[in-house]
Each structure stands twice: as structure tokens, then as C-alpha cells.
Design a protein around this ligand. Structure first.
Ligand code: SF4
Ligand code: SF4
Length: 386
């Protein structure tokens, strides 16, 4: 199996929306040139990534602000320039600027679209601004008419947590897979904690959703729960948050600056070089951001050594740990209590179903049956989908 390599391209830091918990709302922010995309492909090639498979994600800001010509020219450059890495593409967008022309271009490369809806219209518009819901669904229709697969991420805030049942039902009743994201304290806001979902609430939410995923096993897909179950079952992290992302994930900003991840984009202290200079591995390793990311990895090895989940948790997201401290590695991701809680829950239920008293109903039939669906059934379903 090839090692994953993830490059996130940030065509702009600007965005036409104005979500309450986000900082990126300047529509006039500079846009990446196609020449920078070309240099990005050349830089990646220069890293000699033999045995790797590349994922290229367009992220933002709002990546569709770059316009149809940007994608018409950039996609062949990347597909061709990285062809030995078998690149697959993805885009994360609010869809407001989706046009039939852009949708057709993205469809040629079968690009899955990730977008954002925080639940029913009133909740989405409270959190993301009036009109967000309608504009995103209008863009979604254009994308789907062109044959694109669209999935939504739902950001849970301190406020929307209280309406989790409504939000869950919205996704289930509309047949949409649910992927969630906890609102983080915004380090670029004057009230960083206003919307942030506290770790204890996040843990509670994950357990609530685990119950829902089991209860409605034939009806819903809760992608985070699938990922967490897969982690526990395989003892290995399968998304960036639960794996060591350092050294295999990079982002390039509109001016060609290289960062360890899109989440650091625009933060000067975390620039590792510029694609125009085609930095080597040695150059990247000299950067402060590289040292911080790997410092975090070493910290996790020591700090989490006695945690039973270390092999598939890996201290969670280094950005969440490092960025709020101004670049000092002094703890793991503040969501640790939430992940510990859900990993404990999945592991304990799995053990109990496999080996404990509540594993079977003890009936007399030759093939004894479990009383109701459990975590092990959910895991069986997830594994069979791969
Ligand atoms: S910094 Fe966080 S979000 Fe970025 S790749 Fe690493 S784990 Fe994922
Ligand atoms: S759950 Fe917490 S202590 Fe355990 S590995 Fe993850 S971050 Fe470390």
C-alpha cells in the first residue's frame, strides 16, 4: 500500500461568507496565480516521493473565488505534473460561487465536493449568516446536476450542541451523511471562546452520535463515528487528526508560501518556505514550523505513552495544540478528553459485546443472536464498505 501524501492548495484566503466562528471573510484577498500552481507541482516533484499517493485538496478561504479559468488551467497541470503519484482531487467550498462551467470542469476530474451546513436553515443561518443556507443549496444543485458528489460538514458550536437532536434528524431525514466539526476557540477573534464547543460537550456529542449510529444502523452514516470505530478496530489512525500528519501534509497559500497544513495558512510564523524557491527536504526541516510539528510528535510519544489509545490517536491535531500557545508545545490537542471518552466507549462496548455477558441473549437456538445492534455490528458494516 502506498503512503498518503496530502497537499492542500489555498487559492485565496478570502471568502464571501461571514460565518460567526471564522476569520476568513475578505472577498478581495489575493488569488493564487496559475504559475504558482505550476511551481507547486514542480516543488512536489522535486521531493522525490516514490511510493506515495497524492491527494490534492483545494481549500480556503473560499477556493471557488479563483474562478473557472483557474481550475481549467490548474487541474491538468497538477494531474500531469504529479501523475507518478496518482493524484486524486477534492475541494472544500461553501458552493456560493459554483457555476455550471466550474462544475463541468470539476466533474471531468470526478472531484468530490465537501461543503458546510450546520443543520436546518435557521441554525445554519444563525451560525453562518443570513442567506447562507439558500446560497449553499443553490450551489449544491448546480454541482449535483453536473454529476458531482456533495457532502456536508456540520460545525457544532456551544449553542447548536443544545439542538443536536434536531440537527441529527435533519441529516438523517434528508439522507445526508453527517460529518461533524467542533467549533474551536478562534485565535483571531476578540471573543475566542464564544462559539467554541468545550471538550466535555464534544465528548458527550460523540457518544450521543455513536448511540444514534448504532440505533439507526441501516439508515445513517456518521462519518466521524465510522472513522473512530475504524481506528479502534484497526489500531491505526486513518484520518489526519488520528495520525502523524507531519512531513506528509503540506499546504500552499496564494503567494506560494508553504505551511504544514491549511489551518496555518496566512500565519507568517508557520511559513516553511515558498514553492518559487523549490525548497528541499533539508530546507523544510530547518524551518521553525517543521521543528514544532515534529516537537509535537515527540511530546505525544512521551506524554501519551501510558494511554491505551496512543497508536490511533497520536495526540490529535497539532494545530489545535500549537497555534493557541503561540508556538509552544506544552500539551496535546485540548480535545483529548473528548477523544479519550469516545475511544473508551467504543473499546469497552466492543470488548463487552465480543467477550462479556451482554454478548448474546443466551437463547437456545443453535445460532445465538445478539439482542440488538451494537458497536461490533457497526464496525462490521464499516469494514464491509471499504
Ligand atoms: S494540523 Fe490538524 S487538521 Fe492539519 S493535517 Fe494535521 S491533524 Fe489534520
Ligand atoms: S486520548 Fe489523550 S492521552 Fe490518549 S493518546 Fe489521545 S491525546 Fe494522548
Amino acid at each position: 500500500m502506498k503512503t498518503p501524501f496530502h497537499i492542500m492548495i489555498i487559492p485565496t484566503l478570502g471568502c464571501p461568507a461571514n460565518c460567526s466562528y471564522c476569520w476568513s471573510s475578505e472577498e478581495t484577498s489575493p488569488i493564487m496565480t496559475v504559475d504558482t500552481v505550476k511551481k507547486t507541482a514542480e516543488w512536489i516533484q522535486s521531493l522525490n516521493l516514490e511510493g506515495y499517493q497524492a491527494t490534492v485538496t483545494f481549500h480556503g478561504g473560499e477556493p471557488l473565488l479563483a474562478g473557472a479559468d483557474f481550475y481549467r488551467q490548474s487541474l491538468p497541470i497538477l494531474a500531469d505534473g504529479l501523475k507518478n503519484l496518482n493524484p486524486v482531487f477534492a475541494i472544500q467550498t461553501n458552493l456560493w460561487r459554483m457555476t455550471p462551467e466550474i462544475a463541468r470542469i470539476l466533474a471531468e476530474y470526478k472531484i468530490p465536493v465537501g461543503s458546510s451546513l450546520d443543520g436546518p436553515k435557521d441554525i445554519t443561518d444563525i451560525q453562518r449568516g443570513n442567506g447562507y443556507y439558500e446560497k449553499t443549496l443553490a450551489g449544491c444543485k448546480i454541482a449535483q446536476d453536473a454529476g458531482l458528489d456533495v457532502r456536508f460538514i456540520c460545525t457544532f458550536t456551544k449553542m447548536s450542541f443544545e439542538r443536536k437532536e434536531e440537527i441529527f434528524n435533519f441529516f438523517m431525514e434528508n439522507g445526508m451523511p453527517l460529518k461533524l466539526h467542533p467549533a474551536l476557540p478562534s485565535i483571531r477573534s476578540s471573543e475566542p471562546e464564544k462559539y467554541a464547543l468545550p471538550p466535555e460537550k464534544y465528548g458527550e456529542l460523540l457518544v450521543y452520535l455513536l448511540d444514534k449510529a448504532v440505533l439507526h444502523i441501516d439508515r445513517v452514516e456518521i462519518l466521524n463515528i465510522n472513522d473512530l470505530c475504524r481506528c479502534v478496530f484497526t489500531r491505526h489512525g486513518n484520518v489526519c487528526t488520528y495520525a502523524d500528519c507531519m512531513g506528509t501534509t503540506f499546504a500552499t497559500g496564494p503567494d506560494g508560501s508553504i505551511y504544514p497544513c491549511y489551518r496555518f495558512a496566512g500565519m507568517e510564523d508557520y511559513v516553511m518556505g515558498n514553492v518559487a524557491d523549490c525548497p528541499s527536504w533539508d530546507d523544510l526541516k530547518e524551518s521553525r514550523a517543521w521543528k514544532l510539528m515534529f516537537g509535537f510528535k515527540d511530546f505525544v510519544d512521551a506524554h501519551c505513552a501510558d494511554c491505551r489509545h496512543i497508536s490511533y490517536c497520536r495526540g490529535d491535531c497539532p494545530y489545535n495544540a500549537i497555534a493557541p500557545t503561540g508556538g509552544v508545545v506544552r500539551d496535546v490537542d485540548p480535545h483529548c478528553p473528548a477523544y479519550k471518552r469516545i475511544f473508551d466507549e467504543i473499546s469497552d462496548r466492543l470488548d463487552s459485546e465480543m467477550y462479556g455477558d451482554d454478548s448474546f441473549d443466551g437463547g437456545s437456538s443453535r445460532r445465538r443472536r445478539r439482542k440488538s445492534a451494537g458497536v461490533s455490528d457497526l464496525i462490521r458494516k464499516i469494514i464491509s464498505q471499504n
